[in-house]
Ligand binder design. Sequence first.
Ligand code: BDR
Ligand code: CA
Length: 311
Amino acid sequence: QKKMILDLDTGIDDALALAYAIADPAVDLIGIISSYGNCLVETSGENSLKLLELLGQTDVPVFLGEGHSSTTDSFEVMEISQLIHGKNGIGEVELPVAKRPIESQSGVDFLIEAAHKYNDDLILIPTGPMTNLDAAIAKDPEVANLIGNITFMGGALTVPGNVTPFTEANIHQDPEAADRVFRSPAQMTMVGLDVTLRTLLTKKETQQWRDLGTEAGRVFADIVDFYIDAYYNLDIDKNGCALHDPLAVGVSINPSFVNTIDLNMQVTYDDVDYGRTIGDKDRLNDPTTNMKAAVGVDADAYLVYFMELLN
Ligand code: BDR
Ligand code: CA
């Protein structure tokens, strides 16, 4: 089993990433760091605690991460995020208040400690902005070398993005943080919008969860149906919702779900290109690359495995 840390802005597809990580027998989920984006950092942490309780995983600790980007001092949830994920981040579904609090150690310190303890055996999955990882590397640069596997959901190598024509939401929240991480020695795999938008979940699958007759099955079906309806109403996709964040978890364990290309990535942040993930022309001839960017996905194989785990 690999040790895994999820860095989530919990969010509906983040909730699916959480469920996937718990269900995959190859994964030992050692902690969740909360991030901001789909909701505020505190709400994200509460959502993770509530979902863990629902799934009977009360021994997985949840840590509070950074609450806003590295260049601002506050954060407001975008209206579009509330339309997609609901005002509470989890599709307006009300879950009982979690019985345990968030940990007192900061998410950044937890990440640094885990990097030293598990190094090559540690998988980190950022599915929100890159702020926590950037802060950890700033505090302890060794972290970039230590973590064995960083697979993140974010970016759009072949545009369009989902915030501007060029940018994807997670990278758009803190482009500077992402750019610094991309220039660090950290080896990363990018699971961007190019591929995640091709992995769709429909109401046929959420009905299977309802049919399980369990509380968790019903709650997850309600949450994800909200997401599917939002995709339909906002005309993002009329057939289903994208499995953005759980695909990153899947790829970290089974890289063959995607095809990747090797390159050195950068994030640009001038005007129209604010938060764009793009190959770094200044490092084109660099013999070493630090990014594997997914460009194709075996969506059918992934969906079969996803449903096997979640059922
Ligand atoms: C990403 O942004 C968030 O809305 C989702 O949870 C996902 O991580 C998609 O751009
Ligand atoms: Ca997310």
